[in-house]
Design a protein around this ligand. Structure first.
Ligand code: NAD
Length: 487
């Protein structure tokens, strides 16, 4: 059975006004899931207009506590319909239920709950000050919603990353127009039903489908009535969006690519380090912005680490996404697989030792047309090989030995990116020292992907601008006014 994925504008699911559609196929086996209705420039204009109108409607009249209650109701409704969200996300991305049911869908609901609570607990800012007449003055800060927020999303964690933006945007009283990835239209569309069911006013949450340049992505990010653009995706797309935002001086929040280092010291608990690196390199088929693609291992434990990592990778199970024992799904598309396989070939051309993987697994006839790929571990590449310097976004990593702390810090920082790092050591002093020297927005010690949603999230250098999470999100999703009252 095929499904239509409609735009969601002013509380109504609608086809595009010029009748254009495109196919949505599952990467599991290439089967057609349904047709996606592409938004025209006029549809994007209608969505932005609906969002603008909502800001002047009943939405604006809600107290923070009432808005918070509504967002809790959104979260509860996602939980209640989690099987539908799960099925939609699995069809769109091919990811196994073992990941989607533990990470993607619950985090989709949690993103509303956390920000619904955060906005009720924002500390105020008060600065009394002296004045020459001795009476004094009092400064205090006011916050108001920024306005119409464009939310431009990638395909790797569709519901999770979209709600990571929509949750705080709505909690702060904004209205949003979401542009999901063209690869993963399903859960953003389904969320429209949830918004209507719990009574979020029409126009507060809108969805426009399509591509980037010459399509909904460009129409939305260049729309003059959008007040801010929050984007997750590739660095070069972020550059284009930042250029678009400069017209009209709109603010941007950019969460972009990474080439994240993992550092394993010889004093680490090696079992933990191997298990953590298996997750950080291969989870979600390596399609996680925070994933590790460069691993540096202190020489005394290098051989053992590589052997154990490769053994885990070789034992990976593929196949039926609804089998709880399936560990790895396909990549998002055959086109993306071709890109990743180009790096696999490049590694061989550059003289890598392919410790495991390097190709396409045999997943049987049922899934033969899917975008499956083997988890891959290399050693022996030069530090300037494109495989070691460029983001691949596949289930692969290069492992290289190091001898000193200074050397590994320099290697880890030798990248234009600055998103995340992992450090594995039992030396507490070293953990703090190294974490403070790494040029990244997020540093995990003896763990990976442990997230408290109140903490700052984002990258430095080419990995992003701005931080979101907890009260940090308020910097982007609100405007502030300082009021200075002479007493
Ligand atoms: P992408 O940049 O190709 O696309 C992201 C979104 O931007 C899509 O919705 C796309 O249609 C839209 N888009 C493309 N060109 C546009 C344009 N010119 N104007 C407006 N919109 C445009 O990214 P992707 O391939 O979907 O996702 C993978 C990338 O996302 C990786 O680089 C990954 O590292 C990054 N990512 C980063 C984070 C983070 O938090 N830092 C999280 C997840 C993914």
């Amino acid at each position: 059975m095929s499904t239509d994925f409609f735009n969601f504008i002013d509380g109504v699911h609608r086809p595009g006004s010029d009748g254009r559609t495109f196919e949505n196929r599952t990467p599991l086996d290439g089967t057609l899931i349904g047709m996606v209705h592409e938004a025209s420039a006029a549809d994007v204009d209608a969505a932005v207009g609906a969002a603008r109108a909502a800001l002047a409607g009943p939405w604006a009249g809600l107290t923070t506590a009432e808005r918070s209650d509504l967002l809790h109701a959104v979260a509860d409704e996602i939980d209640r319909r989690s099987d539908e969200f799960l099925a939609a996300e699995i069809a769109d991305t091919g990811k196994p239920v073992s990941i989607a049911s533990h990470i993607d869908i619950p985090r989709g609901a949690a993103n509303f709950r956390v920000f619904a609570d955060v906005v009720k607990n924002v500390p105020g800012e008060f600065f009394p000050m002296p004045t020459p007449d001795g009476a004094g003055a009092l400064n205090y800060g006011l916050r108001r919603p920024k306005g119409v927020i464009a939310v431009v999303c990638p395909w790797n964690l569709p519901l999770l990353l979209m709600t990571w933006k929509v949750g705080p945007a709505l909690a702060c009283g904004n209205a949003v127009v979401v542009k999901p990835s063209e690869e993963t239209p399903a859960t953003a569309t389904l969320l429209g039903e949830v918004m209507n069911a719990v009574g979020v006013p029409a126009g507060v949450y809108n969805v426009v489908h399509g591509f980037g340049p010459g399509s909904a992505g460009e129409f939305l990010t260049t729309h003059p009535d959008v007040d801010g653009i929050t984007f997750t995706g590739e660095t070069r797309t972020g550059e284009a969006i930042m250029a678009a935002a400069s017209k009209g001086v709109r603010s941007v929040s950019l969460e972009m690519g990474g080439k994240n280092p993992g550092i394993v010291f010889a004093d680490a608990d090696l079992s933990d380090a191997v298990a953590g690196t298996v997750r950080s390199a291969f989870a979600n088929t390596g399609q996680v912005c925070l994933g590790t693609e460069r691993v540096y291992v202190e020489r005394p434990v290098f051989d053992e680490f590589v052997e154990r990592l490769a053994a885990e990778a070789t034992a990976t199970t593929f196949g039926d996404p609804f089998d709880p024992l399936t560990q790895m799904g396909p990549l998002i598309s055959n086109e993306h697989r071709e890109k990743v396989l180009r790096y696999y070939r490049q590694a061989v051309d550059d003289g890598a030792t392919v410790v495991t993987g390097g190709g396409v697994p045999d997943v049987g006839d049922r899934y033969a047309k899917g975008a499956w790929i083997e988890p891959t571990v290399w050693t022996g590449l030069a530090d300037d090989s494109a495989v070691v310097t460029e983001e691949i976004f596949g289930p692969c990593c290069h492992v290289r030995p190091f001898d000193t702390e200074d050397e590994v810090v320099a290697l880890a920082n030798d990248t234009p990116y600055g998103l995340a790092a992992t450090v594995w050591t039992t030396d507490v002093g070293r953990a703090h020292r190294v974490a403070s020297r790494l040029e990244v927005g997020l540093c995990w010690v003896n763990s990976w992907f442990l997230r408290d949603l109140r903490t700052a999230f984002g990258g430095m250098k080419h990995s992003g601008i701005g931080r979101e999470g907890g009260v940090h999100s308020l910097e982007f999703y609100t405007e502030s006014t300082n009021v200075c009252v002479k007493i």
